[in-house]
Write a protein that binds this ligand. Sequence first.
Ligand SMILES: Cc1cc2nc3c(=O)[nH]c(=O)nc-3n(C[C@H](O)[C@H](O)[C@H](O)COP(=O)(O)O)c2cc1C
Length: 179
Amino acid sequence: MHPVIAGRWSARSLDPAAEVTRAELLAVIEAARVAASWGGTFPVRFLAGLRGDTTHAALAALLTRGNLRWAPAAGALVLCAVATSNAKGDLPYAMFDAGLATAQLSLQAVAQGLIAHPMSGFDRAGARQAFDIPDSVEPVVLIALGHLAAERTNERDLEPRRRPALREVLFGEAWGQEF
Ligand SMILES: Cc1cc2nc3c(=O)[nH]c(=O)nc-3n(C[C@H](O)[C@H](O)[C@H](O)COP(=O)(O)O)c2cc1C
């Protein structure tokens, strides 16, 4: 496996002193921008703040309890949102597009020595209100972008990684039949 893919994980022990630069943020968003998209519709958008600015503070205030413990330490907080319809109608693959874009963002982050941790645990209605997000756009995940701390201060970062075995995710001649 490519080391960038193997090196991606959703760490929670982020260094509260390390900064994410504007250039680093723009580079990961650029990686998301070039992701594949259903019908070339490109419905994914981001809204970001760097620690210390008002957007970061407003995004941090939307985090739900578990995430509130660790994610405010992220040098950048990035809201990923997606338009679920456009002038031609519904965009049935909007969430898929958001996932692809976020995956590319995450891998670019690893390549830059950063952690990108997606979170569903945030107040969507609050996000709409705080940032005037239109009804046709759905907030999807809040991404904590930051530097891994020298110490694993969050106990969940010490847990072994769990994944289904390859034979459980790849089938051959029939559904459930090993490839
Ligand atoms: C859509 C989505 C939402 C997630 N929401 C949260 C969250 O709110 N808080 C959190 O700590 N981790 C969250 N995660 C991270 C997952 O827990 C993590 O990806 C999973 O445990 C696998 O671990 P890994 O990313 O380190 O491989 C989320 C991941 C995804 C893809």
